[in-house]
Write a protein that binds this ligand. Structure first.
Ligand SMILES: NC(=O)c1ccc[n+]([C@@H]2O[C@H](COP(=O)([O-])OP(=O)(O)OC[C@H]3O[C@@H](n4cnc5c(N)ncnc54)[C@H](O)[C@@H]3O)[C@@H](O)[C@H]2O)c1
Length: 331
């Protein structure tokens, strides 16, 4: 299939591009490189440095690449930044998705897999989180993604040939098992990279925000899904797209690990000291978040192959140890 990947130079997108190419798809990447790295895009993959808000150029790329389906990863994805600069998030994530859908309409492309997030659920009433739970995001980032989900629903209601899958990711972690691509965010906000950067001595330690949560060890619990498993779900989702059908699936491993467990795992995997200090709770951080991934398992047959925290951390460590400065490029 001819597939257009937005945000294909980013962390998850770069892993997805490799899986798509390996599965025989012809891939075109669109990324404005605001957070991505040009060097992650394989030389034989067509690349366009383009903002998804540029509807006309996007429609042109969709037409010329004869794309049949879009995987839409492009977004800004820092919760804290979305609080201090909400308009940038609404413009980029919500307007960007609307622009993409408009370009797809102009180019007559009807199928899309959308990167949504567990942040659309906010602080859930119970665990594990199932897809039918109320979506009440507690930050602008989550609201931009929920808004995009609603635009997708409305577009489907207006066009019976349109089809989408919204995948609500939990915490994506780990790096390519073959070491070809990895995670390089600047600034870094994800726990596992931060802990590994501390193991490398690139940070003086890790701050644990809150030790008095109602969890077994008092620290926050999150569901870490390996990036390769997450991308595999996209290929399955892509093949399940069917005209007039809206699908929503959680993507997690169905269990959570605490901040202390992540740090302990990293100490074990790296054999290095990782200094920690304790800080106050961060506002808006729920005590525990983990998915039920039963729906995608039952309906599409997807299941995570990596559920051990040590394995996830080890795959990330291989990358961080080999690339302490990340891609080290200038975008
Ligand atoms: N990483 C996670 O744990 C996680 C969890 C839930 C959801 N998500 C979602 O998954 C997607 C990918 O996340 P990621 O962690 O790979 O982030 P990332 O920042 O590494 O990748 C996003 C890519 O999109 C590009 N981009 C952003 N805005 C763009 C625009 N307007 N036009 C063109 N390109 C643009 C960036 O340059 C970057 O390459 C995002 O939509 C994010 O919201 C990620």
């Amino acid at each position: 299939m001819n597939v257009l990947v937005t945000g294909g130079a980013g962390y998850i997108g770069s892993h997805a591009v490799r899986q798509l190419v390996a599965a025989g798809h012809r891939v075109t990447v669109v990324d404005n490189l605001v957070r991505g790295h040009r060097t992650t895009v394989p030389p034989h993959v067509e690349f366009h440095r383009l903002d998804v808000c540029d509807t006309a150029s996007l429609a042109d790329v969709l037409r010329r690449s004869q794309s049949e389906c879009v995987l839409h990863f492009a977004a800004l994805a820092y919760v804290g930044e979305s609080v201090t600069d909400p308009l940038r998030y609404y413009l980029n994530n919500a307007t960007g998705t609307i622009s993409l859908l408009d370009a797809m309409r102009q180019a007559n492309v009807k199928r899309i897999v959308f990167s949504s997030t567990c942040a659309t659920y906010g602080d859930p009433p119970e665990l594990p989180i199932v897809e039918t739970m109320p979506q009440a995001p507690i930050n602008p980032y989550g609201r931009t993604k929920l808004l995009a989900e609603w635009v997708l629903r409305d577009q489907l209601a207006a066009d019976p040939e349109f089809a989408f899958v919204a995948l609500r990711y939990f915490n994506v972690a780990g790096c390519a098992l073959d070491g070809s691509v990895g995670e390089d965010h600047s600034p870094e906000t994800h726990l596992i990279p931060i802990v590994l950067q501390a193991a490398l001595g690139l940070r003086d330690g890790v701050t644990v925000f809150g030790t008095d949560y109602s969890t077994p060890d008092g620290t926050c619990i999150r569901d870490y899904i390996h990036v390769e498993d997450l991308c595999a779900a996209h290929l399955i989702a892509m093949n399940s797209l069917s005209p007039g059908k809206a699908q929503f699936y959680n993507l997690g491993i169905g269990r959570g690990y605490s901040v202390r467990e992540v740090i302990e795992s990293a100490r074990k995997v790296t054999g290095r000291a990782i200094p920690i200090r304790f800080g106050e709770r961060r506002p808006g951080d729920p005590a525990a978040l983990f998915a039920s991934a039963d729906k995608i398992s039952q309906e599409l047959g997807w299941a995570p192959s990596i559920t051990s925290l040590d394995e996830i951390v080890a795959s990330a460590w291989r990358w961080f140890e080999a690339h302490p400065r990340g891609y080290g490029d200038t975008r």
